[in-house]
Write a protein that binds this ligand. Structure first.
Ligand code: SAJ
Length: 435
């Protein structure tokens, strides 16, 4: 398998194609997006990810990564296209997978391998992909090898994890899983585990659902802590000393194109058997509204508020399903004068509900500051500069990543998500103290 045709040069396809090219494979990357095409033709990675630019430059310079708008014949085809949620039904929209599969049908030859990397509802490789590939006249699992090999890399650590993480190859048949393992062991240093395609699909969505449910639990603890006047961050730190407890971090919600989406694939597969998963989605989706409610305890609309961070998490440029953007939308709806600031995002990024400004401009005369994303740049903010620019010294930290003492020392009223400053216990204590 020397030649690979890779469909989709996004967050997964581009680094994966570059890794294969550097491991000696001849890779044709296919992406119809003119922005991706233009960036890669001039040697630029179209995504902001640590070390990705170096990897892409090396892959292009090796002459073994070419970019095209249409597929061509190859030994192996890898499909790494988006699988968004249909917003009206909350079911997986498989349009891109189906289109990619149809696009490669004319090029399929006996002995080819077709790998689906995109995250999909369990059963998709067998029931959706294979029937389309069969339109070639070749029998999937017999004349061509077909497998689901889910990616498991963490944005922000994609390159390290691509190489080091253990990997699953789920075949339509054991021989398909074996053939896919042969391909991935070109660059994967982790263990490669073989299974069937539907199990591999289930495993991938289980992993992300596990994380979503656990973040929801942390968020619920934060809501409880606020009610009873406890600092959830302290409580979590103490609870995590237990050898079998690892509570995650509360925050303004769960975003990104994976964890906020994939649990719905399981819900779609078995709606009546997914009460916990659906409840976790509801808890996480309600967090932006809660952040705006906390903001309202600091300052009322139409106050000017600076929201720090619009990406779905720290040190990435990705705003897909970002809870920070949802907070911004809600704050605009509530009538706040919202200014956004994020050093990782370009001012012309689509879908921003308010202007994205350089730091000083965003802070000037603001009556409150809300930290939504714990980018290093925000954790290292010059608090004196912030104090000099704003007109109201109020800050809401939705990630518990600011140094409370140094903000308080500059006269800021500091509210922290999950910290029960306004909780019943604290109110009782205050009332007792007054009496
Ligand atoms: N989050 C919290 N608190 C936490 C952890 C995360 O609020 O303690 C939030 C983040 O702020 C973010 C969201 O959850 O909004 C998701 O971030 P993440 O870092 O947990 O995960 P992703 O979406 O960047 O990557 C996940 C990873 N899956 C798991 O950790 C199980 C990654 O390994 C997958 O490859 C990736 O999804 C994917 O592509 O499916």
């Amino acid at each position: 398998m020397n030649k690979i045709c890779l469909l989709g040069l996004g967050y997964i396809g581009l680094p994966t194609g570059s890794m294969f090219a550097l491991a000696g494979k001849n890779v044709v990357g296919v992406d119809p997006n003119p922005r991706v095409q233009a960036a890669l033709r001039s040697g630029l990675a179209s995504i902001d990810e640590p070390e990705l630019q170096t990897l892409v430059t090396a892959a292009i310079n090796s002459g073994r990564l070419r970019v095209q708008t249409k597929p061509e014949a190859a030994d192996a085809f890898i499909i790494a296209v988006p699988t968004p949620l249909d917003p009206t039904t909350n079911r997986a929209d498989l349009t891109f997978v189906e289109r990619a599969a149809r696009d490669i049908v004319p090029f399929l030859r006996r002995g080819n391998l077709v790998v689906l990397e995109s995250t999909v509802p369990p059963g998709t490789t067998r029931d959706v992909l294979a029937p389309i590939l069969a339109e070639s006249g070749l029998v999937p699992g017999q004349d061509i090898f077909v497998a689901h090999c889910p990616e498991r890399v963490l944005p922000g650590r994609i390159l390290v994890e691509l190489e080091q993480n253990d990997r699953l190859t789920g075949g339509l048949t054991p021989a398909c899983a074996e053939r896919a393992a042969d391909l991935y062991q070109t660059f994967v240093k982790g263990a490669i585990m073989r299974t069937d395609a539907t199990t591999a699909e289930m495993v991938k969505v289980m992993e992300n659902t596990f994380r979503d449910v656990n973040v929801a639990l942390a968020n619920e603890f934060a809501l409880i802590a606020e009610r009873i006047g406890v600092d959830v961050w302290d409580a979590i730190r103490l609870a995590n000393h237990h050898p079998r407890v690892n509570v995650l971090r509360p925050g303004p919600g769960v975003g990104g194109h994976c964890i906020a989406v994939d649990p719905w694939f399981l819900v779609g597969s078995a709606p009546g058997a997914t009460r916990l998963i659906q409840a976790a989605r509801e808890v996480n989706d309600a967090m932006p509204e809660h952040v705006v409610a906390r903001l309202a305890t600091l300052v009322a609309p139409p106050a000017a508020v600076t929201l720090l961070g619009v990406t779905y998490k720290a040190e990435v440029d990705d705003v897909r399903e970002s809870p920070a953007l949802r907070v911004a939308e809600l704050a605009v709806d509530h009538g706040y004068d919202v200014r956004l600031c994020d050093p990782h995002v370009k001012a012309d990024a689509p879908g921003l509900p308010a202007p994205l400004l350089p730091l000083e401009q965003a802070l000037r005369d603001a009556e409150a500051v809300v930290l939504l994303v714990d980018h290093r740049a925000f954790q290292e903010l010059d608090v004196d500069l912030v104090a000099a620019l704003v007109s109201g010294k109020r800050v809401l930290d939705a990630r518990n990543s600011l140094d409370r003492a140094s903000w308080q020392a500059r006269g800021f009223e500091v509210a922290v998500l999950g910290s029960g400053a306004g909780g019943a216990n604290t109110r009782r204590k205050t009332e007792r103290a007054r009496a």
